[in-house]
Design a protein around this ligand. Structure first.
Ligand SMILES: Cc1ncc(COP(=O)(O)O)c(C=O)c1O
Length: 476
């Protein structure tokens, strides 16, 4: 933070916090921690099986987890707390190649020196959490940078509200739109949409079993998403359906909410033409457009996928999360609420804000963006290898699908059973990917954009091939 200069004539001493941060003991402490983390994380390179001696204590931990959370986790992952790049050590002593990263959260992989250092910096803050009555300058920096990045292609984004989850970022987005369009109360979304797990997001999310037994607190109508295999036909269907909805409920729509790339729904990319054909009539009807970038942020040729598809003029409200460590809702001045409908005790932890800022630095310095940027190059490289596996094992793997650093394939017959079988085989072999979509169910990868190398992709492809061979024996 800027200090008053000598010549300012101020009688105030420098900030005590600035003196703390400049203290040589802090610098030495950070240096020693960085050295220790580097020394120990060097051991976490390359996949290795679990240590049999740790099998029993690991099982005990898992059953305690199942007891406390009211059921077993989706898979038996418990981190030891150390990793290196995409490699992570689990508490059973195994090392996995993590190409799912908590579903897109660990954008620099595990135990990244700069992320650890940013977290130490945050630990020196006077409070663990930031929020409503407890804001600090890094919150402003994070908000300003997200706004600045969003505006580079001309999007009318002026404001940013930090929050602690993607669901909350979407709650705030819908509140802004509903408030602006009151008394309009309907939302348009896509088939297979996923927006989070709050009550409102359970109504918006297009998964019957995620809203089972819950009241439908939002009126949502769904459009079919783009199908890359039939782009023109799927676009025509979506546009026709949109017109039907707009004329069935004139003036009743408060927002169109869309993931530019369908994430949980199965890694279906959007396109400029598809979204433009929908956004133009929506704009004419005065319906605000919300782009949910909780999963897609940072994974394409531009920071935001709406920029990747050249949709800047339509981005009225944007939500981000996951890789940004702290989540956010961005919106334009025209949509600024006229009442105090937005506020939270917690907008994020000091640590998530500090590491979120560092993540943005790493994405920039990692040359992730641009038509020739790393995201595009790694996608092409990975996709070519997945295509080769498809040619070699056409009955075992279909695809690839997705965009940039969101990449997926269809296992076996595309059933949920085959996808889960292969995912767990991959887990045992040492490669972490995760299911998405239904009819077909796919397995997706979200490799860390800031640190993935071609060698990491080679390692993933080799582990996938081993897994496919084992999987073929399970499904005969
Ligand atoms: C597109 C999208 N929106 C929202 C969410 C919800 O985010 P969170 O789980 O942080 O609430 C997710 C999470 O997977 C997501 O993929």
């Amino acid at each position: 933070m800027d200090q008053p200069s000598e010549s300012s004539g101020s009688s105030h001493p420098p900030l005590a916090a600035a003196a703390l941060r400049a203290d040589a003991r802090i610098a030495e402490g950070r240096r020693l921690i960085a050295e220790a983390v580097a020394d120990h994380s060097r051991a976490v390179q390359g996949v290795q099986p679990a240590n049999p001696d740790l099998a029993e204590p690991y099982e005990t931990l898992l059953s305690r987890l199942a007891d406390t959370r009211g059921g077993p986790p989706f898979w038996p992952y418990l981190s030891s707390g150390l990793g290196q790049g995409p490699f992570v050590e689990l508490a059973d002593g195994s090392i996995k190649l993590d190409f799912i990263g908590g579903i897109g959260v660990h954008g620099a992989g595990h135990s990244h020196a700069a992320m650890v250092d940013a977290a130490i910096d945050a630990a020196l803050e006077d409070t663990v959490m930031q929020g409503n009555l407890q804001q600090h300058p890094p919150s402003i920096n994070m908000s300003e940078r997200l706004i600045q990045w969003a505006r580079t292609g001309g999007a009318a984004i002026d404001h940013c509200l930090l929050s602690t989850s993607g669901a909350m970022a979407n709650e705030n987005a819908l509140k802004i739109a509903l408030h602006h369009k009151f008394p309009a109360d309907r939302i348009i979304a896509f088939d297979n949409a996923f927006a989070g797990r709050s009550l409102a997001m359970a109504a918006l999310t297009d998964r019957p079993h995620y809203r089972m037994g819950l009241p439908l607190v939002l009126n949502v109508d769904y459009l079919p998403f783009r199908d890359s295999a039939n782009p023109e036909r799927s676009q025509r269907w979506a546009v026709d359906e949109l017109h039907r909805l707009l004329s069935r409920h004139p003036g009743r729509y408060a927002a169109f909410w869309a993931e530019p790339i369908a994430g949980e729904g199965g890694y279906y990319p959007g396109s400029h033409d598809f979204f433009r054909a929908l956004c133009e009539p929506l704009r004419e009807a005065g319906v605000p457009v919300i782009f949910d970038e909780v999963q897609s942020f940072s994974r394409t040729s531009k920071p935001y996928a709406f920029q990747h598809y050249g949709l800047d003029e339509f981005a009225d409200i944007v939500t981000v999360g996951k890789i940004t460590q702290v989540c956010a809702t961005l919106y334009g001045e025209a949509l600024k609420p006229k009442a105090s409908i937005l506020s939270q005790t917690f907008t994020g932890s000091s640590s998530s804000i500090a590491t979120g800022l560092k993540m943005l630095d790493l994405l920039e310095s990692g040359d992730c963006f641009g038509t020739e940027g790393q995201n595009v190059q790694r996608h092409d490289y990975f996709a070519a290898h997945l295509s080769s596996l498809h040619e070699k094992y056409p009955a075992l793997i279909g695809g690839p699908f997705g965009e940039g650093m969101m990449i997926a394939f269809t296992p076996g017959d595309g059933s949920a059973d085959h996808a889960k079988k292969l995912m767990m085989t991959m887990y045992d072999v040492g490669l972490l990917g995760f299911v998405c979509g239904s009819l077909p169910t796919r397995i997706r990868f979200l490799p860390p954009p800031a640190t993935t190398t071609f060698e990491h992709i080679d390692a993933a492809v080799a582990l996938l091939e081993t897994s496919l061979i084992q999987f073929s024996q399970q499904i005969v």
